[in-house]
Ligand binder design. Sequence first.
Ligand SMILES: Cc1cc2nc3c(=O)[nH]c(=O)nc-3n(C[C@H](O)[C@H](O)[C@H](O)COP(=O)(O)O)c2cc1C
Length: 342
Amino acid sequence: MQKGFWGLLSSPIIGLSPMDGVTDASMRFVAKKYGQPDIIYTEFVSAEGLWRIKKRGDLEHKIWNELKYSESERPVIAQIFGSDPESFYEAAKICVELGFDGIDINMGCPSPGLEKRGGGAGLIRDKCNAREVIEATRRGAGDLPVSVKTRIGSEAPDPEWWKLLAEMKLPAVAMHGRSFKQLYSGEADWEILLQAAEVIRASGAKFLGNGDVKEVKVATKQELKIVTKSGREIDLTGKMDGVLIGREALGNPWVLRKDNYVPTVEEKLRVAVEQAKKYQELFNENYDELHYQFFPMRKHLACFARGFEGSVGLRKKLMTADNAEEVEIMVEEFLEENQTLI
Ligand SMILES: Cc1cc2nc3c(=O)[nH]c(=O)nc-3n(C[C@H](O)[C@H](O)[C@H](O)COP(=O)(O)O)c2cc1C
């Protein structure tokens, strides 16, 4: 088993979950700086797309933006998706060249188109191909560790799937507590995740639970408790190695911390400005006016401007911002007018 950086991490591990269109390099930069997660994944990129784009020498393609990262993010893991083992082999070689610390295979994306073609959560159905995909990725990855992020099953919780993952002797498995069929409905099932963790950890793999985490509580060195979005507190100490947090980290990198730090409104807003500036710096450089777009940044701004007096008005304004300079002016004006919040 190629453990790489996974072997150096001690429990509890808190990671930023990959989110396509969300966890871009600017979001991850800020998440690492203010949330200090132990691990970070890129948004997923197509294995087949990656090697084809590389082969035709298309250096302007947006896929290279999706694989940008800052040194401060390390250990940083490239996540790839698809269904063709040879494409995973080729894509893994490119991830090595790009200097990533690890490669993760997406075996959980519920996009119906991708699933039907046998990629993402479709690999849970086709266990034989899932095995081949893991093996091909390992061949391409050389010394880099290859992990898997998946769901509890396709139609329903699937212990056969957990057994296969255990047999593959992976350094780490992250699992979202919903089946493919559930998409994002209902609640993540942490009882099922605890059962899967037992099977998978017996193989020596680290197990990271995922789904609806709103807060982590790490009172002592080894302890790991979570509070879910529905308010349930679950003690995972000694039963899982860590958790991944996705949606709750939007506009809230502090949720990834282990010390329950709560930022002030001023701090939140200044970090929003910092992320907007980073976004502009990272993604504007290779683009002309026509191709560079600021609006993907707006959803992050909306999440930073939440839950305090006057946030509704500020949020509305921020939704019209076209660049980081405008964001800064709006935030400075708001802070000037709302001195009591500082
Ligand atoms: C907008 C969005 C994009 C996502 N993209 C990815 C992805 O690229 N790769 C992946 O493994 N999971 C992806 N996910 C799933 C998340 O990583 C995570 O498993 C899921 O949101 C449940 O965790 P949470 O409740 O903490 O958000 C995505 C989720 C969302 C909401």
